[in-house]
Design a protein around this ligand. Structure first.
Ligand SMILES: [Zn+2]
Length: 167
């Protein structure tokens, strides 16, 4: 069974079964990877502290009924808010390396204008999907559309990105 090594940012973790964890990771080498770590929720698990959202870890995984994480070793914490990591987990495509986004997340200047541009949604040339207003300030991850302030107000908070000030 082939084993893979990757540098990974933990974007989110979800419970999966009784004692397992499901992790959404953004890796430098493979782009987004969603994997499981068996028994990771046991208090004795050695992997859990290395797989918290916001942690940068060196991971090892195998492909066996999906991706199984077999080791993780943290090296740093990323300076990106947990809610932003959660939103990113909804937007980054699987199994597609994004070197520019990796640089942005591991550097110290994360912002949504640049991140959305890297991922293919350039806010500079966007319009509100409801009224056509130029330079909308909100992006809705579920429909992947931009909205102005008035039309974004009803969106769920865990799905709407508030775009930062222009650079
Ligand atoms: Zn609008």
């Amino acid at each position: 069974m082939q084993e893979y090594v990757a540098d990974a940012i933990v974007l989110r973790k979800d419970p999966s079964g009784d004692l397992n964890g499901r992790y959404t990771l953004f890796t430098k080498q493979f782009g987004k990877v969603v994997g499981r770590a068996t028994s990771s929720r046991k208090i004795t698990s050695k992997l859990a502290p290395h797989l918290e959202p916001g942690i940068l870890s060196k991971i090892r995984f195998v492909e066996a009924k999906g991706i199984q994480l077999i080791d993780a070793l943290k090296s740093a914490r990323i300076e990106v808010a947990l809610n932003d990591l959660h939103l990113l987990s909804q937007l980054i495509p699987e199994a597609e390396p994004e070197p520019a986004l990796w640089e942005l997340l591991t550097g110290s200047t994360f912002n949504w204008t640049t991140s959305l541009g890297i991922l293919g949604w350039d806010p500079e040339h966007a319009e509100c999907a409801a009224c056509g207003e130029r330079q909308p300030r909100y992006f809705y991850t579920t429909t992947q559309e931009f909205y102005c302030h008035a039309h974004a107000s009803k969106a769920r908070r865990d799905a709407v990105i508030s775009i930062d000030a222009r650079l």
